[in-house]
Design a protein around this ligand. Sequence first.
Ligand code: C2E
Ligand code: MG
Ligand code: MG
Length: 294
Amino acid sequence: MLRSADITMYRAKSAGGNRFELADPEADARAITRHGLTTALPTALERGEFFIEYQPLVHLDDGSVHGAEALVRWCHPQHGVLGPDRFIPLAEDTGLIVPLGRWVLQEAVRQARFWQARHADGGPLRINVNLSPTQLHHPRLVADTVDVLERSGLEPGALCLEVTESALIGADEDLLKPLRQLAEMGVDIALDDFGTGYSNLANLRRLPVSVLKLDRSFTRGMQQHPVDPVDLKIVEGIVSLAHSLELAVTVEGVETGAQARQLRDLGCDTAQGWYYARPGAPDRIHSLLLADAV
Ligand code: C2E
Ligand code: MG
Ligand code: MG
């Protein structure tokens, strides 16, 4: 009972304090799991419990593979495979995201280099890696990234770092400087989950981004029949604005062929989603590339 009271008190505090919360066994269980996961994170990295799945990014005009996004997973000894939503926020809170993010970058860049070596004639294969807000603030972001690229021999232009729109809201020049430096080296910066934050369109021109990733919430509307014409207008408007700012547009969460055709007609450049492939083992991208070449 004391433990439950304690957890509930912390829940009230983290909800802003100066309020009451009711004890709830399910919330207790969640808090205990969260605590357990948080303390297990550092050893999980040492023990090699993380792995990466890759999801292809596809050119909408001809369906060819443009690159892949690296998505981290945790193979937990008790809980099985955990998605990033379960542990990235915990890694953010504890700062473990910095070494974890560095590992993901290293591993994904090495993988991209391997694909390139195997497909010398298959055109450039690009790799997208997610960056969380804490990584953005880390003083070694640029140096670490340069180091990883140099060691692997991957050219900077084959790397795209994805930063969420919300991480850049209100960003001042100091925060943007490392991203600007990376962009000047040729690394692409993508604005991830665009449309879930404030989507301040005027802000876009200030950011060193070259790719806009439209959030799944836009494409979800296109699975309905008939498609809401206002949804179409909004996507069309964003795409045309992005293109006039020389940004490429990627759409996330494409689940059906009808969506893919619609988004292609609206002028989107690349797409990602279950319609093409779910995130999977690196050799799956390999076989997609082979299928492409035929
Ligand atoms: P994200 O970067 O926006 O990644 C896209 C998410 O959408 C992935 O979820 C992917 O599996 C999912 N998805 C892809 N296609 C479809 C589709 O057609 N339908 C639906 N319903 N979902 C689709 P996932 O793998 O669970 O990743 C969630 C988020 O975790 C990512 O969102 C990203 O923000 C974060 N994340 C993943 N890996 C890393 C990492 O290495 N570092 C950091 N900092 N964050 C990461
Ligand atoms: Mg992403
Ligand atoms: Mg996204």
